[in-house]
Design a protein. Structure first.
Lengths: 166, 103
C-alpha cells in the first residue's frame, strides 16, 4: 500500500461519504464531485488514463452538474424543514455495514494469487479506438442507440405538458 | 503500487457507502447519486481486475468500464427526468411523501 494510494483513497472515501452524509443537498453534490475526482485519480493510478479522463468528463462534468441542476430545480421550502434521512436510517446503515463486512470477508478469504504487479501495459488511445472500431463495434453502436433513446426519452418525460392540456 | 486486494476493499467500501446512501436518504436525487456511487465501485473493480490480469492488452476491462460509464450516464439522465416529472406532480422530491401512484 503506497502513500499515493492512501491519499487518493482517502479523498475518494471522504468525498463519497460526505456526499451521502451531509444534510444540505447542494453540499452533497459538491462533495460528490470531490469523491468522483478521487475515483478518477484511482483510475489514473491503475494506468487506465482514458477511463480516468472519461470519468472526469462524464461524472464530474455532466452527471454531478445535472444532479446539481435537478436539486436546484426541485428545491422547496417544505423539504428543508423535514429531516433529510429516512426514519429507518439505522436499519439501512446496518444493512450497508453488513454488505461491506461480507464483501471484505470474501476479499480477505480469497487466495492472494499473483501478488506481483504485472508490468505497465502499453495502452494508448489508438489501441482503444482500434478495439472500439473493430472488436467492440456492435456494443458501441448499441451504446449509441441506448444514449439516443435515453436522452430523447428523458426530454419527453421531463417536458412540461401544460400546453397540451390547455 | 498497491495490491489488488486494496483496490477491491476500497471499491467494496465505496459500494457500501452508496448502498447506505440509497437506503437512508429521503431526497430522491441523493438516492440516485447513491446508485451512481455503487456503479462507480463496480467500474473500479473492472479497472483493478484489468490492471492485475495477465492479458491487459485484450482491453476487456477498459471496454467494460467505458460502456458501464455510458449506461450510467443514460441512467442518470432518465432518472433525473423521472424525478423532475414526479416533482412537478407532487411538489416534492421526498420519497416518504411520494407515496401515491394515482396520476
Amino acid at each position: 500500500m503506497t502513500l499515493s494510494f492512501l491519499v487518493v483513497a482517502t479523498l475518494a472515501i471522504a468525498g463519497t461519504a460526505a456526499a451521502m452524509a451531509l444534510r444540505n443537498a447542494v453540499h452533497c453534490v459538491l462533495a460528490l464531485t470531490l469523491g468522483l475526482a478521487g475515483v478518477a485519480a484511482l483510475y489514473l493510478q491503475l494506468d487506465a488514463q482514458f477511463v480516468g479522463f472519461t470519468q472526469i468528463l462524464v461524472y464530474v462534468g455532466a452527471v454531478a452538474i445535472l444532479a446539481a441542476f435537478a436539486i436546484m430545480m426541485t428545491h422547496s421550502p417544505r423539504q428543508m424543514e423535514s429531516a433529510s434521512f429516512s426514519p429507518h436510517w439505522g436499519l439501512g446503515s446496518v444493512v450497508a455495514a453488513a454488505v461491506f463486512a461480507v464483501l471484505a470477508w470474501a476479499i480477505f478469504l480469497s487466495a492472494p494469487s499473483a501478488q506481483a504487479v504485472p508490468p505497465q501495459p502499453d495502452i494508448g488511445v489508438q489501441q482503444i479506438g482500434d478495439a472500439l472500431m473493430h472488436r467492440f463495434v456492435l456494443p458501441l453502436e448499441v451504446m449509441g442507440l441506448l444514449l439516443t433513446g435515453a436522452l430523447i426519452g428523458s426530454v419527453v418525460i421531463a417536458m412540461d405538458r401544460k400546453e397540451e392540456t390547455n | 503500487m498497491s495490491s489488488l486486494q486494496d483496490y477491491l476493499l476500497l471499491s467494496s467500501l465505496l459500494f457500501s457507502i452508496g448502498l447506505a446512501g440509497a437506503l437512508t436518504r429521503r431526497n430522491a436525487i441523493l438516492v440516485l447519486i447513491g446508485i451512481e456511487l455503487m456503479l462507480n465501485a463496480a467500474n473500479l473493480n473492472f479497472i483493478a481486475f484489468w490492471r492485475y490480469s495477465s492479458t491487459p492488452a485484450a482491453l476487456t476491462g477498459i471496454m467494460f468500464a467505458i460502456f458501464s460509464i455510458g449506461v450510467a450516464a443514460a441512467e442518470a439522465a432518465v432518472g433525473l427526468a423521472i424525478i423532475l416529472a414526479a416533482y412537478r406532480h407532487s411538489k416534492t422530491t421526498d420519497l416518504d411523501q411520494i407515496n401515491s401512484l394515482n396520476g
